[in-house]
Design a protein around this ligand. Sequence first.
Ligand code: GRF
Length: 200
Amino acid sequence: ARVVVLVSGGGSNLAALLEATREPGYGAQVVAVGADRDSAGGLALGTEAGAATFVERLGDHADRAAWDAALTARVAEHDPDLVVSAGFLKLCGPRFLERFEGRYINTHNTLLPAFPGMNGPRDALEYGVKITGATLFFVDAGVDTGAILAQVAVPVQEDDDVETLTERIKVAERAQLVEEVGRLAREGWRLEGRTVRVGA
Ligand code: GRF
């Protein structure tokens, strides 16, 4: 399967995916890495791994709709079977969502539907939950509301602060992403409403 990965940050999820794709039989290749900003460390990882890279900045466009159209076209050029948002800090627009419906997944660092949004681990810690985790889901028009593909639980420890909890979640999150992208690639999938059918 051809995978395009979208990043904004350090790209540790991308790094894990790139590592996994070196394994023969994994089933997925990262054909391109896209970012919404130049500083995204993930771009360098993509280049190193021989993937195409591109940057589409919101600020270079007249409005969000124009950016949406440009990003959609950029990603479509690589003809992906799957688009993975791995720490991509922008909400994709309606055009993008329509074009890649059922093929666009995002990883979030809590157990959804609890604690959506940018500060999930902090919110979970402040709330006082004892178990949180990571959720992989098919993106829809809402914020972290799409059909859930997989979840992994991560215990909160008594002495956790935001950093230690965030890091523990990221370890589980990366493993989940690698496992699920490979499974989708090897077995195929269908999205029926909120039901994800893998191997169907
Ligand atoms: C992930 O934990 C994701 O859930 C959150 O940002 C992180 C991305 O990290 N939204 P990285 O860029 O893959 O290292």
